[in-house]
Design a protein around this ligand. Structure first.
Ligand SMILES: Nc1ncnc2c1ncn2[C@@H]1O[C@H](COP(=O)(O)OP(=O)(O)O)[C@@H](O)[C@H]1O
Ligand SMILES: [Mg+2]
Length: 407
């Protein structure tokens, strides 16, 4: 939606806070600061506790400061006014009007700062924190970590280390965790970006943002650049509203191809729950040509995940085998919530009885298991159809194997 339509929509439903937020973001992105301040005020009265408000205000202040700074010689030690004047229009007689205000002024900085604040670190997690997925981990060791740790050896054979890897599978089965652990294994930097952050947050600047993100990752190589919900970017036009425009997609692909700058030492990961919505252009050689399926954990995997999730909690001796047997179809995230549920029960029992909390027992966990619905089944209902009827080049063979439909 463009700025005018957003404004019109917001005029028609003035209390729609998500819309107000979008409008404010669009106005900020367009450096339409006067209006952005007004929209932020409206958002403030409609939803005073919205966590984004502070960020929006900060952004506005920063842009104002930057814009006013443009006209000031940087050497003078002028005090910054507490309420910096807004964009000065040519009509004000300003000798240096801010013409078409530069769109790349601070939006990219803000996005990068945000990514950095949230993630730009070297993760402490390693493969030891990922339960199950043994063959996937092995595959990653061979195909990704080894080349990255021994680039010279691979260069001799004309193979570059780095490149793209696509992780797919049902939600909550460890795609994000695994990608982060890969960064941890090789002490690489970790940058996680939700595609919607790029598409929604800074409307109209997606291409520049993408380029800046890739540059940042290149600067800090070795680096894992992780794009969550990559299908939103590369949506096969099934959902135009959420899908990015062609120029954004092309920008992403050319960054991935390394045609703007070398991606040596940058691992680009994409994760998706819906690989079938991904534009085939993303799978071409040199792009996401390595594809890994992160399946729901098998029995041994579930046991390992429970061990990990129960680490450092007060435990009675537990029958992990039994718990793993009883949790068929549970994802790692489901198991995590089972553990949390069991802990809550133990804690509320202790509050009720006034005694110190008891140890978490097998019975507590079995009870929590029974109250939790495993989440992976519905994903397979959809996946099965694609694997049976749209399995080009055998790309979903692993799903068929998992379902026992193929050896
Ligand atoms: N294999 C696993 N081992 C340990 N914990 C897991 C595993 N899979 C999922 N989890 C738990 O569930 C959470 C969500 O998983 P996540 O990696 O975000 O799944 P996905 O990205 O596939 O949707 C993780 O942060 C972790 O706590
Ligand atoms: Mg995830």
């Amino acid at each position: 939606m463009d700025l005018d339509s957003l404004r019109e929509a917001s005029r028609l439903s003035p209390d729609n806070t998500p819309l107000l937020k979008l409008l404010a973001q669009a106005e900020l992105a367009a450096l339409n600061l006067e209006n952005a301040r007004r929209t932020l005020d409206a958002l403030q009265s409609a939803a005073p506790s919205d966590p984004w408000l502070a960020q929006g205000r900060e952004e506005l202040d920063r842009m104002c400061a930057k814009l006013t700074g443009l006209d000031q010689p940087s050497s003078t030690n002028q005090e910054v006014p507490s309420h910096p004047p807004l964009v000065r229009l040519p009509a004000s007689g300003n000798p240096h009007p801010i013409r078409s205000a530069p769109t790349d002024l601070s939006d990219i900085d803000a996005l990068l700062a945000d990514v950095e604040r949230k993630h730009g670190s070297r993760p402490q997690v390693t493969f030891a924190d990922v339960g199950g997925l043994e063959s996937v981990k092995e595959d990653i060791r061979k195909r990704i970590l080894h080349p990255l740790l021994h680039p010279d050896m691979y260069r001799e054979y004309g193979r570059a280390a780095g490149g793209g890897l696509l992780l797919y599978g049902p939600p909550g089965c460890g795609k994000s965790l695994l990608a982060k652990a890969i960064a941890g294994e090789i002490s690489a930097r970790w940058m996680e970006v939700g595609i919607h952050e790029i598409l929604d947050m800074w409307m109209g600047n997606s291409e520049k943002n993408l380029h800046a993100l890739f540059q940042k990752a290149r600067e800090q190589a070795p680096c894992v650049l992780y794009f969550d919900e990559i299908d939103a970017l590369a949506a096969d036009r099934h959902d135009m509203r959420r899908s990015a425009g062609r120029t954004t997609i092309n920008q992403f692909l050319s960054e991935l191809d390394g045609s703007t700058a070398s991606n040596e030492g940058v691992l680009v990961f994409g994760a998706t729950n819906s690989p079938w919505h991904l534009d085939p252009a993303f799978r071409r050689p040199g792009r996401f040509d390595r594809i890994l399926f992160a399946p729901p954990p098998d029995e041994a995997g579930r046991e390992a995940i429970l061990q990990i999730q129960l680490r450092n909690r007060p435990l009675a001796p537990l029958d992990f085998r039994k718990l793993a047997k009883k949790s068929e179809g549970f994802s790692g995230a489901d198991l995590k919530s089972v553990v949390e549920r069991a802990c809550d029960v133990v804690l509320s029992e202790s509050i009720r009885s006034g005694k110190p909390p008891a140890l978490i027992s097998t019975a507590h966990l079995l009870d929590a298991l029974a109250k939790t619905t495993p989440s992976t089944k519905s994903w397979f209902e959809t996946a099965r159809n694609y694997a049976l009827h749209a399995n080009h080049d055998g790309q979903y063979d692993e799903i068929l194997v998992h379902l026992g439909l193929r050896k």
